[in-house]
Design a protein around this ligand. Structure first.
Ligand SMILES: [Zn+2]
Length: 306
């Protein structure tokens, strides 16, 4: 058993968010059990917490496919193998794998939510409806690439997830991890400037009837890279996504007002599409990789190699 201890950042009832000395990243204690997570992801998440996730993303799929292509092209350049077998951990409705499949990848997803899993299966995306920790290597075999997007912040053993991913990758294989970049310098500045609570800590409503155990872990560029390195990965690329906190600092309070949230989301998409339209996608990525160097960006994307 890991002994979690470190400075308390926030308290909610019996839960605390701590800067854990043994895990070397920020997380909630006590860590929710597998049983609690089963209940939440089987019955809650896609049903009640994010009911419009699938339709909203389908409507913006031309944008998301650009983003997926960027990742896939990068992986394709980094792997040395001829085979193209990819695993998506927490594959949701299968959006990323649908694109990968179209590019000739042999794809497999692992996803606990029955709703998301069925959606993926309807799109002919092979998906195992389980938690990643329940899947055996005999069941799924080895991979040239592994992708995991907005997943590590939700799981109760992110170190175990990365260890298992490492064991499932072939030598020279590539992992792409994307997580929210939390407690980042712009976020903390905006929090002070706008006198807000830490809005990125999504654990507030735990005590309410439905329970909200969304984000258990809070990474940044350095803690997620360190975790990958500790397990044996070699970091290849660090890349940010648009630092949405800039909008807050410009007076557009998307935390308070969902209408502003919608607006700034579309503005950010427009910003990125303008690069693509002019075939300047590389310039955009250069900017985002520079931001990653100083720990800025709404999410942290890490490409690492076994
Ligand atoms: Zn810990």
């Amino acid at each position: 058993m890991v002994k979690h201890n470190g400075k308390t950042i926030k308290k909610f009832g019996k839960y605390s968010v701590i800067d854990c000395r043994s895990c070397k990243f920020i997380h909630v204690i006590p860590v929710p059990s597998n049983q609690e997570l089963n209940l939440f992801y089987n019955n809650e998440y896609y049903q009640n917490t994010k009911p419009y996730f699938i339709s909203k993303n389908e409507n913006e799929m031309n944008y998301w496919n650009l983003i997926f292509d960027e990742k896939l092209v990068t992986i394709e350049k980094l792997i040395s193998s001829k085979s193209k077998r990819i695993l998506d951990i927490g594959s949701g409705p299968g959006f990323f794998l649908r694109r990968a499949k179209r590019r000739g990848w042999d794809v497999i997803g692992v996803e606990p939510s029955p709703l998301a899993c069925n959606y993926a299966k309807e799109q002919n995306i092979p998906t195992i409806q389980k938690f990643f920790h329940e899947v055996t290597s005999n069941e799924i075999g080895k991979f040239d690439a592994i992708h995991t997007f907005d997943v590590l912040e939700h799981v109760n053993d992110p170190i175990g997830v990365i260890e298992k991913a490492y064991s499932l990758l072939k030598r020279g294989g590539v992992i792409v991890v994307e997580v929210p970049n939390d407690f980042n310098p712009l976020q903390k500045l905006a929090q002070k400037a706008l006198k807000k609570k830490e809005w990125w800590i999504t654990f507030y409503s735990w005590s309410k009837t439905s329970g909200n155990i969304q984000h258990l872990n809070y990474f940044n560029f350095s803690s997620i890279s360190d975790l990958l390195k500790r397990i044996g990965f070699k970091i290849i690329i660090k890349e940010a996504t648009f630092p949405l906190e800039i909008f807050l600092l410009m007076g557009q309070d998307y935390i308070k007002n969902p209408k502003i949230g919608k607006k700034i989301h579309l503005e950010r998409i427009q910003f990125e599409k303008n690069f693509e339209k002019r075939k300047e996608g590389q310039l955009k990525r250069k900017i985002y990789q520079k931001l990653a160097e100083i720990g800025i960006g709404r999410t942290a994307i890490i490409y690492a190699k076994k």
